[in-house]
Design a protein around this ligand. Structure first.
Ligand SMILES: Cc1cc2nc3c(=O)[nH]c(=O)nc-3n(C[C@H](O)[C@H](O)[C@H](O)COP(=O)(O)OP(=O)(O)OC[C@H]3O[C@@H](n4cnc5c(N)ncnc54)[C@H](O)[C@@H]3O)c2cc1C
Length: 419
């Protein structure tokens, strides 16, 4: 039997998640090599132990009950260039291929790319979580999706007990989904889970990205273009794109709380978060280490940042349902499951127009509430438990359904609870 690293005092999910709720964990393991990671998963499966492989805990909502299983978080943080020579098929620019351990914090990877002039992920700046999880739900923001930069993913297949690699076609990326995420659920129904739940059948060991060697890239979304005072489709410096995205996110409260990394269980899982926050709150782009250390304490804990990000997905509805929405409801062309033409609308708009304004709580003394800056973020205002978040989610979902006949689908993975 392999010598699997373990810790004596176990954390709770409240310690490990951005929303800060969830019960105690029976066993928490942080493998430090690829072999340990695989062996830990393989052994847990062999012993039929309930297994939750997590990254930054930014897309899970976990029950307040004790978790009688094993939680595994990859502690590897390597980023390696594997090919620096190839020509980009679509332009005269060169491309670069980079292999990134699943445990690398996503924004550390983005920061590395922007710093070195590798374009393709800069608009995804500031998304919490890890590289491993980025491909599970195909993260996206401000006109970019991780799917467009992935070359292939190295995986451990829990069914076959073997290593495999999936290229982009095999990964079946879609809006906030992939074959990895689908492998947790039965035929697309999020309430019906498979035996692998709450982790996928395929465990991500590393993601191999193909990026363009360039200090500029195209701005692909109106809100970002406006912040940079350019038109959509124009090119801009990726450094400035990153900074603009981070500023927009800060204003909306859609960044994680940097103070969570002072928690014993989170220390060392991300490199530059203190620097990023200090630099964004001042004018300085190259702050000294001593200034970062001195100024970080002045950054206040903001409860709007204690969330799972967007709690509900933007619904994709039939054109008939879309016609029943009032004027002003955002509508974008999209494809329904099965390939039929559909319309994507905005969950934030529906929530807001169903009467749930920013800051909404079910009662004055409730510990859960909508972010005061974004109606799509359900937040822990201090002392909330999972049940408080769920109560808020149920009230909002019912209100939107009553007003517009649309049932919102949650984006995070629910562990031990249902909405
Ligand atoms: C403030 C905030 C803003 C956000 N903004 C965005 C946004 O703009 N766009 C967006 O797309 N998302 C956004 N999110 C959601 C979230 O950050 C992403 O989904 C992120 O990729 C989750 O990463 P994680 O490491 O925290 O995953 P976790 O929450 O730890 O896990 C999520 C799922 O991935 C699985 N998983 C984790 N690691 C692995 C692995 N190595 N192998 C297999 N499965 C694994 C877990 O089992 C779980 O099922 C936001 C969240 C927050 C809190």
């Amino acid at each position: 039997m392999a010598n699997i690293p373990d810790v004596q005092n176990q954390p709770s999910f409240a310690d490990l998640t951005t929303i800060g709720v969830g019960g105690r964990i029976a066993r928490f393991v942080e493998p430090r090599t690829r072999e340990e990671f695989i062996e830990t998963v393989r052994q847990a499966d062999e012993e039929k132990t309930l297994l939750s492989v997590i990254g930054g805990g930014s897309n899970i909502l976990v029950s307040d009950d004790d978790f009688d299983g094993m939680v595994v978080r990859d502690a590897r943080h390597s980023i390696t260039v594997v090919d620096d020579e190839s020509n980009d098929e679509n332009s005269l620019l060169k491309s670069i291929t980079i292999r990134v351990d699943a445990g690398v914090h996503w924004d550390d990877f983005v920061s590395y790319c922007v710093h070195n002039g590798f374009a393709g992920v800069e608009a995804l700046s500031g998304i919490p979580g890890t590289v491993g999880a980025s491909v599970v739900q195909n993260i996206g923001a401000y006109g970019q999706e991780v799917a467009s930069s992935v070359s292939y993913v190295e995986l451990w297949d829990r069914e076959k007990n073997e290593l495999c690699t999936f290229d982009v076609d095999t990964l079946e990326f879609g809006y906030r989904t992939s074959i990895l995420k689908q492998s947790m659920y039965q035929s697309g129904a999020h309430s019906a889970t498979t035996k692998y739940f709450p982790s996928p059948r395929y465990i991500v060991l590393a993601v191999v990205f193909k990026l363009t060697k360039s200090h500029t890239n195209t701005v692909q979304m109106g809100q970002l273009a406006k912040a940079l005072t350019v038109g959509v489709g124009q090119t801009f410096n990726i450094d400035d794109i990153r900074r603009a995205v981070l500023m927009i996110r800060m204003r909306k409260g859609m960044v994680e709380d940097p103070h969570r990394y002072e928690n014993t269980w989170m220390k060392g899982t991300i490199q530059d978060i203190q620097r990023t926050f200090v630099e964004l709150s001042g004018d300085d782009a190259n702050t000294s280490d001593s200034k970062v250390a001195a100024n970080f304490g002045t950054i206040k804990v903001d409860r709007n940042r204690w969330s799972c990000g967007s709690f509900f997905m933007n619904p994709i509805i039939s054109t008939e349902v879309a016609q029943t929405l009032p004027d002003g409801a955002p509508q974008f062309d999209a494809t329904l499951p099965g390939g039929r033409e559909g319309i994507k609308t905005s969950a934030a708009w529906l929530i807001d127009h169903a009467g749930f304004k920013a800051g909404f709580k079910v009662s004055d003394d409730a510990t859960a509430g909508l972010s005061t800056r974004h109606t799509l973020a359900l937040t822990n205002r201090g002392g909330a438990h999972c049940n408080d978040i769920l109560e808020l989610a149920r009230v909002i979902r019912a209100g939107v359904r009553d007003t517009y006949g649309i049932t919102l689908v949650p984006e995070p993975v629910f562990i031990g609870v249902e909405i």
